[in-house]
Every structure is written in structure tokens, then in C-alpha cells.
Design a binder for this molecule. Sequence first.
Ligand code: BG6
Length: 496
Amino acid sequence: RQPEKHILVIFGASGDLTYRKLIPSVFDLYTQKLLPDNFGVLGLGRTDLSDDQFRDKMKEGIEKFSGTIKTKKGMEEEFLTKLFYYAFNTKEEKEYPDFKNHLESLNKKLKTGNNYIFYLATPPSMYPLVPKFLANNQLNDESNGFKRLIVEKPFGYDLESARSLNRDLQNQFREDQIYRIDHYLGKETVQNLLVTRFSNGIFEPLWNRNFIDHVEITSAEDIGVGDRGGYYEDSGALRDMVQNHLMLLASLVAMEPPALIKDESIRNEIVKVMQSLRPIPEEKVPEFVIRGQYIGSEIRGKKQKGYREEKGVNPKSRTETFVAMKFFIDNWRWAGVPFYIRTGKSLPTRVTEIVIHFRPTPHHLFHGDKDIMKQKNQLVIRIQPDEGILLKFGMKVPGAGFNVQDVNMDFHYSELNDTYLPSAYERLLLDCMLGDATLYSRADAVEAAWEFVDPILKAWKNQPCIKVHGYPAGTWGPDVSDQLIEGEQTWRYPCK
Ligand code: BG6
């Protein structure tokens, strides 16, 4: 199915997101013939650029970041004719009528039926303003064509600001016109979680407190904050990764089967998980949440910067670049099963994976069985890189006796020859063009996630005695995070 004709209007078009992700993804949709014939992109920004200058810059972005450019070389010239640019100060309400005229004449020229998608790739301070100015100029009015609004994270800074942002957005656009992007849901392997769980008869009967011991989710990055220090100082790992991406992954692992694979069904189940999270009271935060910050190090002769030495970072900063936490989901399926989440910058490798640790057999019959079962059967869902699924189980060591050893059954997406894995932005942009919000976050889910994270932020703010553990850049975070895990277990270290 192809989307209806429309114009994609990007606020913040001279920024990095447009250059690295949005335009290369739209190009990839184009090369796969997934865009309508009547289509255009109108980039908006304060920088004065002509259409041609904008196209030149975007061409560079396409060449560097598109997933299909290698096989579709030559298609970019034709695609670039669909890109337009209009310079204006989006903070100034009085400039909107002119912008509207410009948009409408482009709409006439391209015959796009007054269908518009407005993409807010701006700093978050603009999120409440732009929708208001659009609405004041009737650019939210669907009587003559669809009007959709895509909002990038962060959706708020804490619970209160998230609620207020949702109110501001919903005052101008209906909830079904608002598309909140969490790019993790656009990842093929994240969607595959639903398929793994709900299309295989063998997993679902075991997917509960009776057979699962604990669940572990790691999202590690091997680079520091780079030149995003200014943004990161106000954010930290909890807001940047946990409140959104990792809570979402946990919800997909934990949710009940939806009635249908359709937006409200799936989104209802996600919200139910978020609403079942056991709150962590402020005074218990140190028991359940560990925060860390990378410090300068030299590993195997390689020097790595500490967070406080990064550009835009306060030399006395207490912002966390690592979080490990334990929490529970108080519902029928998961009662008593700990969930562990860990994320950090400047760790030894880049990997995102979910590990389902199954309970051991009730009795150990075989030699070696006990040691292996300390590890227990594990299902490792590798979100990225090396996307795939790994099942670890015990097998007889060939020869005399009954010795058991741990073996792997391992599937890699890369083994599927000729399969193109679309990027997250590509998938999500296409869905919005099709009017399908299934993979976008709904207001209530965003608020429920903030409700859970808020006491942690408050505890860190109000109790300066809670430690920010230093960890040498390039290591797996503070050692104390191992103590979070109950019993004799530790985290799985994918490449230790
Ligand atoms: C972004 C965060 O949302 O996700 C970044 O702001 C982080 O700090 C990124 O690096 C990770 O995304 P991915 O797709 O590389 O796992």
C-alpha cells in the first residue's frame, strides 16, 4: 500500500537529524517505490538556504547515510527535485501566515491535496509553540486534507513537564493526529519481539513467572557523549535511554498478547505494563538503582576521555552516563520476577540485547548439570548489532557417562541473504504517511513511564549523598551494579 499524496514539512531542517536520518530515510522509501507520486519535502529553518543549497547538503547526507544508495546510485538526482526549502523564524508567530501561503502554493504545484505531515525536528523548547502557531493558522484543520504532527523525543523532562507538553499538543491537535517517535519501536528486531513471542507455540507457555527466573536488558554504547555534552548534561542516561527506549523494550517483553496487530490493541497492552510497574519510593532508590559516570582511562594503551572532560560538560558534573536498575511488574504474569536494565556510554562495546533467564530444572541429574544450570537456559534476543536470536541449553558431552555442556542455537539476520533491513526512521516515517500509529508512543504510555522514573530523578536531586559511581571509560560500568542481581548471577557480558 502506498501512502496518500502529501508534503512532509520538516521544522529544524538545517539540523543533524534531518541530514543524517530523515532525508536519507525518505530517499530509501523513494528508491523502494514506497512514496506517492505527488509528494514533496519542505524543509524549514532559520538558516538562509536556497532550494539548491538545501538539495546539495541533503545529497551529501544521502550519500553518507542512506541504506539503499549503494544499489540505487543515480536515483538521488530525481529524488532531490522533490526537496524544497523555506527560511523563516519558526519562533515568530507573525511569520506563519507567509509560511502558510508558501506551503499552499507548493501544495498547488505538487497537487498534494492539502495533506501535510509536520515533523518537529527542533529543540524541545519549540514543541509547545509550533503546534500552537500552526493551529492558529488552521494548519491543524483536517476538513480539506490530513494534518499530522510528528514529535521527536524528549517528551518532557519529568512527569510534570510531560503532562504539560501533552496538554499543549492535545489542545491544538487531536491525539490521533500526534505521532510521538521512539525510534526503538521502528527497529526491525524490536518488532520481531512480538513475532517471536506470539507466532511461536513454544515460547508463550513458558513466558511467565512459573518458568522465567529474571529478565535482563542491556543497551551499551562504546562511545562517549561526543559533541552532545550540552544536551546530555540536562538529560543523563535515565532520561536519554531508560524512560523511553528501555522501558519500551521491557513492556514488549512483558505485555499480554494484543487482540489484534493494530495500533490501539498493541498500545493498550504497552500501557498496561507501564501501569503495573512497582513504584520505587524515593528512599529506596539507592537499593534499586545504580548510577555511574565514565572517568578518563587508558585501556590496552588507548586513552579515553572522562565525561567531565567532554565539550559542554561541567567539570564537576554529577550527570549519570550509566544506569543499572532492578524493578518489578506487579501483575499476574510477572509477580516476583525481577527485571534488570542496564545502559551506559563508553562501555566496552555497542550492543543492545534482551536476555530471558529461565528457571533451572527442579533436580540435577547429570554431571556438570548443576554448573550449567547456574547459568540456566537463556534466550538472548539481540536487538543490535548482529541482530538475531540465541538459545542456550545443556547438551550431552559425546562419549561415556552423562556429562552436560552448554551449547548455542544461534540465528543471525545477516544469514538471510538479500534481505534489506529498513532503518527505524524509514519504517516509522512510512507508517505515519500511512496514518498508522501502532509503532508510535501514546500520551498515556509516555506519562506512565515518567511516573515510574520521576521518584528516581527526585531522589537524585534531593539526596546528594546518593553516589555517582565513577567507572573507567571502556569498562562495563561500576562493579556495584553486579550486586543488584539476586542470587549467584551476574549480568551477561557479551564480549568480556
Ligand atoms: C538516542 C539517544 O535516543 O538513542 C542517544 O539520545 C543514543 O544518546 C541513541 O545514543 C541510541 O540509539 P541506537 O539506535 O544507536 O541504539
